[in-house]
Ligand binder design. Structure first.
Ligand code: ADP
Ligand code: ZN
Length: 712
């Protein structure tokens, strides 16, 4: 059986070898056993049921919670030539009937369904009449009430065990903790399932956490080494999302906002663009998350601190699903700590709940102030021991200096205490530095014993120290939320001299030229400068094919496959067949086209105007008005109209796609152009008549469409 699986892997998917537990899982499931698969994002879960689906008789039913996820997998399988379908609410009744008929004829190997659909009595009855070979339950942690992705419909999936006692079931998730695992087994009736646990390490992700100084500037520094890469920038608030997206766009980094305050359409539109275009940056709140299966997200940047390591792991985990180098970058500062502490104190919920939240935040803060390998610390939190430092995080690469902060820590804590535990960091630092400010004088704080005892240290050193003291739980913010600090029980041993304190030293900004951003990580450059041109040529072809097939580019070929083409330089179709990710079907469809690009020495990459036109076409297709497009592309509306007219002339766009005109008005304009026999009159000849009724640009577009029609 494994031989056969191997052949399918190569012929259909174009891959040479199974990864990790894949082979064992496939053997188990194809042989008719149940399985519970825990594998990190990007680990290759899909193949674990897609290969058995092709090995086994009958239909494999895949339960997936989100339409976006489904569509992605269906498109991918479709491109591979696998007979696949999805039933969801976005289909017309005819389309659904057509799929049902094909299912009855046994023409479909994989069927994707949302859980609520699967458990409808009619659907279950229908499936019972078919020959089912396997059930695959993706994102199986959605059954857990404890987790954050709970979906009540998942609870009903337990009945599959009774209704289809002879059909094997495989449940898959990237959520690892014990409690969720037990819930999955219980509720999905997977007591007989063999469990396959993988390491949750994401070895291709480089972790870096930098102290927040000038966050926007630091972010730009980080991004400047990653131009053209797709990534996600997470912020806490909607307002900040909007601001940062605008800021990045202004700095020449194409960026879109995404948060719960945007309309559903706009959110869906931005998500679609993120998937379909290359090099876009999504600036988002955590509302942007699950369902983002884009494999070539090259970085995830955090401008605000996540609330827990679970969240951090999940959010950073959206980078590098394709296994290629990716970056997790975060800027973190005192304000983050204060803000989250306050949010937690003021949050609803009982004391127990608050205690758990607090504990989780503390673990997150500990990672920020970690002096050892970040990856070791992160995995240890998830109960996975890593024997050695990873060598692939900032702490491993740069090293961390620690220093004995016992004395200054006592001074800082005394400053809090002596000033009455009522002031924020700014004023406390002023006291330590002995600054003669109005506030100091009006409060008489120049008479405090601690006044001026910290002159030997710079202001930013004190601020760092306060951040670390709060992060370590020696001090806390007040309940009223004014940002003033007070002492906690934890600081007693330190103040009494029973304890010493070693802290990490913030990297000095002047130490290396780019350390304000944290510097380039080893992951920052996927392709070398001399490869850039060919890389862009390959991507341009891929984008063109993707557009023709109406799928995201990575469905044509993942980046890893393009990269291998670039490096191995295939010269023939049989060379091409050796490239990982090139299966039989794709070889036949696309092999020659990519060979042509590769062998067509110095290929000319797409010129910027063509790119702009391309972007314009996709925006128009997605239903944006010219005014919206103008804003998006940062040009005038007039420009947009003339580009639209050009695209219509070039037959890249239909008039209906370009403009949403009332029919009567459109007929009027067309009539005006067609009044005279022979050549179409110029726009100027009829412009007067429509002045005030439609923008002149519309006339150009209508004329272009008529012209194209006449010439056809
Ligand atoms: P997951 O669902 O676990 O996040 P996917 O199934 O989407 O991961 O796989 C992640 C990427 O790895 C995909 O691009 C997939 O094609 C690729 N992949 C999976 N298994 C293999 C393999 N054995 N060899 C090469 N690439 C693989
Ligand atoms: Zn490390």
């Amino acid at each position: 059986m494994l031989d056969q699986a191997q052949r399918i892997l190569k012929d259909v998917f174009g891959y040479d070898a199974f990864r990790g537990n894949q082979a064992r899982i496939i053997e188990r499931v194809a042989g008719g056993g149940d399985a519970l698969v825990l594998m990190p994002t990007g680990g290759g879960k899909s193949l674990c049921f897609q290969v058995p689906a092709l090995l086994r008789e009958g239909l494999t039913v895949v339960v997936s919670p989100l339409i976006a996820l489904m569509e992605d997998q269906v498109a991918t399988l479709d491109e591979l030539g696998v007979p696949v379908a999805a039933l969801n609410s976005s289909l017309s009744p005819e389309a659904q009937r057509d799929i049902a008929a094909r299912l009855e004829r046994g023409e479909i190997k994989l069927l994707y369904l949302a859980p609520e659909r699967l458990v409808q009595p009619r659907m279950l009855a229908f499936l019972q009449r078919l020959n089912i070979g396997l059930f695959a339950i993706d994102e199986a942690h959605c059954v857990s009430q404890w987790g954050h992705d709970f979906r009540p419909e998942y609870l009903q999936l337990g009945q599959l065990a009774e209704l289809f006692p002879d059909v094997p079931r495989i449940a898959l998730t990237a959520t690892a903790d014990m409690r969720t695992r037990e819930e999955m087994i219980q509720r999905l009736h997977l007591q007989n399932a063999e469990q396959f646990l993988s390491s949750f390490d994401r070895p291709n992700i480089f972790y870096r956490i930098v102290p927040k100084e000038q966050p926007r500037k630091q972010l730009l520094g980080f991004l400047s080494e990653r131009r053209g890469d797709a990534g996600i920038v997470y912020c806490l608030s909607r307002k900040k999302v909007e601001e940062v997206a605008e800021f990045l766009s202004g700095q020449g980094f194409p960026a879109l906002p995404y948060h719960a305050g945007l309309s559903n359409e706009l959110r869906a539109f931005h998500q679609k663009r993120f998937l379909n275009e290359e090099g876009l940056i999504m600036v988002a709140t955590i509302a942007f998350g699950m369902g983002i299966d884009k494999p070539n997200v090259r970085f995830v940047a955090h401008l605000d601190l996540p609330k827990s390591l679970e969240a951090y792991y999940q959010e950073t985990g959206r980078a590098g699903r394709d296994g290629l180098p990716a970056d997790a970058w975060m800027a973190y500062g005192l304000q983050d700590v204060l803000l989250l502490r306050q949010m937690m104190q003021n949050s609803e919920g009982d004391e127990r709940h608050k205690r758990i939240e607090r504990h989780k935040l503390e673990a997150m803060l500990a990672l920020c102030e970690e002096t050892r390998c970040r990856r070791q610390a992160l995995l240890a939190y998830f109960d996975e021991q890593m024997a050695n430092p990873c060598g692939h995080c900032d702490n491993c690469v740069d090293g961390v200096e620690t220093w004995d902060a016992t004395e200054p820590a006592r001074q800082a804590l005394s400053a809090i205490y002596r000033s009455g535990q009522r002031y924020g960091v700014g004023h406390l630092v002023d006291i330590l530095l002995g600054k003669d400010t109005e506030k100091v004088r009006s409060l008489g704080h120049q008479h405090l014993a601690v006044f001026g005892i910290g002159k030997a240290r710079a202001e930013d050193e004190w601020r760092t120290l306060f951040r670390q003291l709060v992060a370590r739980g020696f001090a806390d913010v007040d309940l009223e939320g004014f940002g003033s600090l007070r002492l906690t029980e934890a600081c007693r041993p330190l103040l009494r001299g029973e304890e010493t304190l070693a802290l990490r030293r913030d990297p000095k900004p002047q130490r290396s030229k780019s350390s304000s951003s944290g510097g380039a990580s080893p992951a920052s450059q996927l392709v070398r400068a001399e490869e850039r041109q060919m890389w862009e040529a390959l991507r341009t072809l891929r984008r063109k094919l993707a557009e023709e097939h109406a799928v995201p580019p990575y469905v044509i070929f993942p980046d890893a496959t393009l990269l291998e083409m670039l490096r191995s330089q295939p010269r023939s179709l049989s060379d091409m067949a050796q490239v990982s990710g090139v299966g039989a079907r794709k070889l036949e469809r696309y092999g020659q086209a990519f060979l042509d690009v590769l062998t067509d020495s110095p290929a000319a990459p797409a010129t910027p105007p063509a790119d702009l036109r391309h972007e314009l076409v996709s925006l128009a297709r997605a239903g944006m008005t010219p005014a919206q497009i103008a804003r998006q592309l940062d040009c005038t509306e007039k420009n947009v109209y003339s580009l639209l007219a050009e695209a219509i002339t070039a037959q890249q766009l239909s008039l209906e796609e370009a403009l949403d005109l009332p029919e009567a008005l459109l007929a009027d304009v067309q009539d005006a152009f067609l009044e005279e026999d022979g050549e179409l009159p110029p726009v100027a000849a009829i412009a007067e008549r429509f002045a005030g009724r439609v923008p002149q640009g519309v006339l150009y577009c209508v004329r272009a469409a008529l012209q194209a029609e006449l010439e056809a």
